[in-house]
Design a protein around this ligand. Structure first.
Ligand code: ZN
Ligand code: ZN
Length: 469
């Protein structure tokens, strides 16, 4: 029995009958924060949760892929509205906004010489198009993004650049940033050096033939070139061909297009709190997905975990603060939903913001950015999460592209970090399907978010603004 559990057991009889926000016990020092028994009970009950799995199963089966700004994402909003109402949430609504929409076309690749064979790849979001009959050119090879950056201006004229950096998984996901740069801005760099097109080794930790989609961004004034990610297995094959020393010629057919401005939207649902002045506890994930898989880990998991945890407060004692669940639209293609939310709701008082967008494997760490006056809240959170095997990180919280614009306004942050060891095996691939969800680890997530909401939404302390990290 943990120290916290032991304390609670001793206090349970009275604690259960006291309101959640009045839990200061005489004789207990500040060094031993007390987690209200009701919150421990709700957390432990969430270890049997079925709601989160039901949401992921439902959206992947009844909607499937839901690329931002498309008819599929609109269907996802309709589905979500009905689902959140059926779960009993209050003030369920869709808030729309306009955004530019890119869609995939035909996409094939083959090595023409010296070793003719087909390769599997997928266009990156914002990729330009080849002529319909394709583009055939010699490869200019770069083992890393830094090598591409070092290429002299004009040296890539008429060539297809190929960057082969191989991502390695890390628990905290930090390698996505260091390797991902080849996708985020590699195509822009290649375009400015005159390349006709670019292919990169997928930003992923698998060894399969399913390519990893994802957004790339071209600077204003730079004409987008065809840009695609080869599956990791095909990229490694291409690297071996190049190592044999002869020029390698590739034929690409990529016909994506920008289709103009279309509607997207955020789906919002609430658990009303008893104290409107205490600020909103904002949680959520993103509703849109890339179009190759069915968006189970990215980010069916995030919308499901946050809504399933929040639902427990619809059924239990009313929280002090309003819990607002937002299923953000169009995250994958540039964070339009997060910015639209901040524009519409930036003037409302928010206590904290948190998002889940890293799959459904177990939460192993949490980090906060809380004002000094709310320090005890962080300590109680640590005590409430410890029994789930979650440690307190040394860094400052404030992660997330959807809640990022609110955090930039000074809203306090609570991050619950999932393990990233498996995430990039499936991220943005055709393999991001329901089968990747481990129901037991998913439940641990719901329990962690339930504990977090219980502590934060009921904290008697004022949670004011912070300096963004
Ligand atoms: Zn995501
Ligand atoms: Zn994603």
């Amino acid at each position: 029995m943990s120290r916290t559990t032991a304390l609670i057991a001793a206090l349970a009889a009275t604690a259960l009958s006291t309101p959640l926000i009045a839990q200061t016990r005489p004789g207990i020092t500040a060094a031993a924060p007390v987690v209200p028994a009701q919150i421990e009970k709700m957390r432990d009950a969430a270890l049997k949760d079925d709601v989160a799995y039901d949401i992921i199963e439902g959206i992947t089966t009844e909607v499937g892929p839901r690329l931002a700004g498309t008819e599929a994402e609109a269907r996802a909003r309709t589905w979500s509205l009905a689902k959140l109402k059926a779960l009993g949430f209050k003030n369920v609504r869709i808030e729309t906004y306009q955004m530019p929409v890119w869609v995939r076309g035909e996409e094939t690749a083959e090595v023409v010489s010296p070793f003719p064979q087909k390769m599997r790849l997928t266009a990156l979001g914002n990729s330009g198009a080849t002529p319909p009959e394709g583009l055939t050119a010699e490869i200019a090879y770069f083992p890393s993004f830094a090598d591409l950056q070092a290429a002299p201006d004009g040296s890539l004229k008429g060539k297809i650049a190929f960057v082969s950096n191989a991502m390695v998984a890390t628990q905290d996901g930090s390698s996505y940033g260091s390797y991902g740069v080849a996708r985020f801005v590699g195509p822009n760099v290649a375009a400015t050096k005159g390349a006709a097109a670019i292919v990169i080794r997928s930003i992923g930790s698998d060894h399969g033939r399913g390519p990893h989609a994802g957004l790339t961004t071209f600077a204003a004034g730079v004409t987008p070139i065809p840009a695609a990610a080869l599956s990791t297995a095909d990229a490694d094959n291409l690297s071996r061909m190049i190592a044999r020393g002869k020029p390698v010629t590739l034929k690409l057919v990529l016909t994506p297009q920008q289709t103009g401005t279309h509607e997207s939207g955020n789906v919002i649902a609430e658990v009303p709190g008893s104290d409107p002045k205490a600020g909103i506890v904002l949680v959520g994930g993103h509703l849109d997905s890339w179009d190759l898989g069915t968006g189970a880990i990215d980010d069916g998991a995030g919308i499901a975990i946050t809504a399933a945890a929040a639902k427990r407060f619809l059924d239990g004692p009313r929280p002090r603060r309003t819990i607002r669940v937002v299923w953000f639209g169009s995250e994958e293609v540039g964070g339009f939903g997060g910015r639209a939310y901040a524009e519409a709701h930036g003037s409302e008082k928010h206590a904290t913001a948190s998002e889940s967008d890293f799959g459904a494997d177990r939460v192993w760490r949490f980090e906060v950015n809380l004002p000094e006056s709310a320090k005890p809240v962080g300590d109680r959170l640590a005590a409430a999460l410890a029994p789930l095997g979650i440690v307190r990180g040394k860094g400052l919280g404030g992660d997330g592209s959807d809640v990022g614009p609110m955090m930039q306004k000074g809203v306090a942050a609570i991050d619950l970090n999932q393990s990233g060891q498996r995430y990039f095996d499936y991220h943005h691939t055709p393999e991001d399907t329901l089968d990747r969800i481990d129901p037991e680890q998913l439940r641990q997530n719901v329990a962690a978010w339930t504990a977090m909401l219980g502590i934060i939404a009921n904290a008697p302390e004022e949670i004011g603004s912070v300096t963004p990290r």
